[in-house]
Write a protein that binds this ligand. Structure first.
Ligand code: G3P
Length: 217
């Protein structure tokens, strides 16, 4: 499973990138707002930092304007994936921009039928939002499973990018189902390393090491 980081915070991306666990980055207008940075500047910095795809989202809503914005975003760097919302116009822009050879991340996906349309329109990535479905008492993970089955049934190459991940359990479940990629905030990715028994075990080992006078260097 590939790991994307869902943030526009450069320091957090750099720290995770040093561990070699960052396969890409996703941003959206809310994350750009949170960073307080200019979209073109911060996206360029991120794209220079990581080797994998960096999603940058359009803000137009009409297909022609989305295509113009997408082309502009794609000039930032070679590893830009143009992020388009899953609307009818977004699908038109997806078809046109993917035909030009751009990577496309179709976002705000909340149903299997939407994911089917995105794949047929040439999306590189589909972003089903797990957490936001869970927020309204629907089953975000079932959506990932449905899309996996449908894409496998027909051999669609669009990669399933599990998004709106809020918990470590979302990561485990998305991996079990076979999502190609997950994107999560840096805090959730750091939590993947935590386990109370690891902390407890280490505490005991350190006590015993001290008692035994173990010194290595
Ligand atoms: O990748 C999409 C993600 O940013 C949405 O997450 O937590 O705002 O639903 P959230």
């Amino acid at each position: 499973m590939k790991f994307f980081v869902d943030t526009a915070e450069i320091d957090a991306i750099a720290e995770l990138n040093e561990l070699g666990i960052v396969d890409g980055v996703t941003t959206n207008p809310s994350l750009i707002k949170k960073s307080g940075r200019d979209i073109l500047e911060v996206t360029k910095e991120i794209a220079d930092l990581v080797d994998g795809p960096v999603s940058a989202e359009v803000v137009a809503t009409e297909a022609g304007a989305m295509i113009a914005e997408g082309r502009k975003l794609a000039t930032i760097a070679e590893n830009i994936a143009i992020k388009l919302p899953l609307t009818w116009d977004g699908l038109k822009a997806c078809k046109a921009l993917s035909a030009e050879g751009h990577m496309i991340n179709v976002t705000l996906c909340f149903s299997a039928n939407q994911a089917l349309l995105a794949a047929k329109a040439g999306a590189t990535f589909i972003s089903p939002f797990i957490g936001r479905l869970d927020d309204i008492n629907l089953d975000g993970m079932q959506l990932i499973a449905d899309i996996r089955q449908i894409y496998d049934n027909y051999g669609f190459e669009t990669e399933i990018l599990a998004a709106s991940i809020r918990t470590v359990n979302h990561v485990t479940e998305a991996a079990r189902i076979g999502a190609d990629i997950m994107t999560a905030p840096p805090e959730v990715i750091r939590k993947l390393a935590q386990h109370p028994l690891t902390d407890k075990g280490l505490e005991q080992f350190l006590k015993d090491a001290e008692a035994a006078g173990i010194k290595i260097v």
